[in-house]
Design a protein around this ligand. Structure first.
Ligand SMILES: Cc1ncc(COP(=O)(O)O)c(C=O)c1O
Length: 508
């Protein structure tokens, strides 16, 4: 004789088989039972037939029923009581399922109580959301700061990576426990000593997931909520966001053609812990910090017991003259934490950057990094070390320097053709992956950015890189990822947007 549950399941199984004929019966039976529990056909505390009986009624093997019951038990839909059978749970986990049937749409009941509010976001999250600056679009003319990722020798790098994947120790697929792969730490130490005049040994190097993570580590380990840090104004939005989310006040200091301008000492300096600077190529305006300012900054840092964080994000790309040596290597035992990245020299998606720590901090940072982020990517790091040691990294940078230099020259020529002379920001130092156009006072760079964006041209408004709202207007234009032949059209569009904005300002 068939039970009511048996009848119900027979019908539902027949329908389910019609819908997904390839699915195994045990899975279908589990889904039918779960559906019947979720829609209330099998109410709380209802007793399910013994597995042997149900198997007979449905003409399936007992294992099929046992599988379905075990799965429901594991997910909390049923309870099993030894000796008395299997029962529908009193409170089943409907809120945890993604496939619960949707209740039929009902007309809104004006007398119904409003749904309970979801738990609130933290103050930290609210602060962060209030200053989101990262762009969601990262490729196209003239997105600033983006290298030509298509020029990277992907095939060659993939071969090196494959060699490591085939022959590498199992530990290369595990967590990074020593601040990164020792081979890459050695390669980087050699490279940074030679190319960037950084004073370092491999043991001082920590590999991070981008400069962002390096800034986060520095902030968390060297400053407390309520402390303060000097940042450049205008400056890198990422640093300000990370400081903010960690409760550290960003004190914006103006920059000029010689870089950061140091303030007079004030009583609030007691809470100063850090100073973030981009001495080789001020971000975003482009000035190079003068020797006088460098020495003054190091002296101020010593006197006020601050750590200077030297963000050397794109110094490899200087198109005339010699590279600018690092601040870290300028004097012995400089109170400087140096950070650099492969995001500009190779590609940002690699998410690999590095810090050079003073020996006194290296162990602390290694332990904290392991505890906080549990890094990995050791295979990629081993491949990168080979890529550097074999000279391919330096060769790639040389190639890109020529490519980007030509693209930059073409973009400047187009700006002058389309808009006339005098638009390039006076602090420009013929370096990096972007340039800055100065706009006449009163023109809204935010509006131009929006209008150009609607026409498919990506730029960034300079005013958004300043701390104050009445900031100078300008536009950041990236040239590195745009072939010269593809620049004229977007430049035409952008120039028209600028001309219209200037026109709007003029009295009729
Ligand atoms: C000044 C500056 N610092 C750091 C970064 C971020 O580097 P990473 O991609 O290694 O996090 C950027 C990226 O644009 C930057 O412009």
């Amino acid at each position: 004789m068939k039970s009511l549950i048996g009848d119900l399941l027979l019908q539902r199984l027949a329908v389910a088989r019609g819908v997904s004929s390839a699915a195994p019966t045990n899975r279908l039976l589990y889904e039918c039972l779960r559906g019947a529990i979720l829609d209330g056909t099998l109410p709380a505390a209802a007793r399910l037939p013994p597995s042997r009986d149900l198997a007979r009624e449905l003409a399936v093997s007992r294992n099929t029923v046992v599988f379905a019951y075990d799965q429901l038990l594991a997910e909390g839909y049923v309870r099993s009581r030894v000796g008395s059978g299997t029962f529908v749970a009193e409170v089943f986990p409907d809120t945890y399922t993604t496939v619960a049937p949707k209740p039929p749409a009902r007309a809104a009941d004006p007398t119904a109580a409003p749904p309970p509010p979801t738990p609130p976001l933290s103050q930290r999250a609210l602060g962060l959301l209030g200053r989101i600056s990262a762009s969601t679009v990262q490729w196209g003319a003239f997105m600033p700061g983006v290298p030509d990722v298509t020029a990277f020798p992907h095939r060659r790098f993939a071969q090196i990576l494959a060699q490591h994947a085939r022959g590498g120790a199992p530990s290369l697929r595990s967590y990074a426990t020593a601040g990164g792969h020792p081979a890459l730490q050695r390669s980087l130490a050699n490279y940074l000593r030679q190319a960037r005049s950084v004073t370092c040994e491999a043991g001082q190097i920590l590999i991070t997931e981008g400069i962002h993570q390096a800034i986060d580590l520095v902030t968390r380990l060297l400053a407390d909520p309520g402390d303060a840090a000097w940042v450049e104004d205008p400056g890198y939005w990422g640093t300000r966001s990370i400081l903010g989310v960690n409760g550290v006040q960003a004190r914006a200091l103006p920059v000029d053609a010689e870089g950061l301008q140091l303030p007079e000492a004030t009583p609030e300096d007691a809470r100063l812990r850090l100073a973030f600077v981009t001495p080789s190529h001020q971000y975003p305006l482009g000035s190079v910090m003068s020797l006088t300012r460098r020495l003054a900054l190091l002296e101020a840092a010593r006197r006020r017991r601050l750590w200077v964080v030297e963000d050397d994000y794109d110094s490899e790309f200087r198109f005339a003259g010699q590279p600018i040596p690092s601040l870290q290597g300028l004097v012995d035992d400089a109170p400087v934490i140096y950070v650099g990245t492969f995001s500009k020299t190779l590609y940002p998606g690699l998410r690999t950057a590095y810090m050079v720590l003073p020996p006194s901090l290296a162990d602390t940072f290694r332990s904290a990094q392991m505890e906080l982020y549990r890094g990995g990517h050791l295979l990629e790091q081993a491949a990168l070390a080979d890529f550097m040691d074999s000279g391919q990294y330096a060769a790639h940078i040389r190639r890109m320097r020529i490519l980007y230099g030509a693209r930059r020259a073409r973009l400047i020529a187009l700006v002058e053709e389309r808009l006339g002379p005098g638009w390039i920001h006076p602090f420009d130092s013929n370096a990096g992956l972007h340039l800055v156009l100065s706009l006449p006072a009163g023109v809204s760079d935010v509006e131009i950015t929006a209008e150009a964006g609607r026409a498919g041209v990506l730029v960034r408004p300079l005013s958004r890189y300043y701390a104050a709202s009445d900031a100078p207007a300008g536009l950041l234009l990236g040239f590195a990822s745009v072939p010269e032949a593809a620049m004229a059209k977007p430049m035409d569009i952008l120039a028209s947007c600028i001309e219209r904005a200037v026109q709007r300002m003029r009295p009729n």
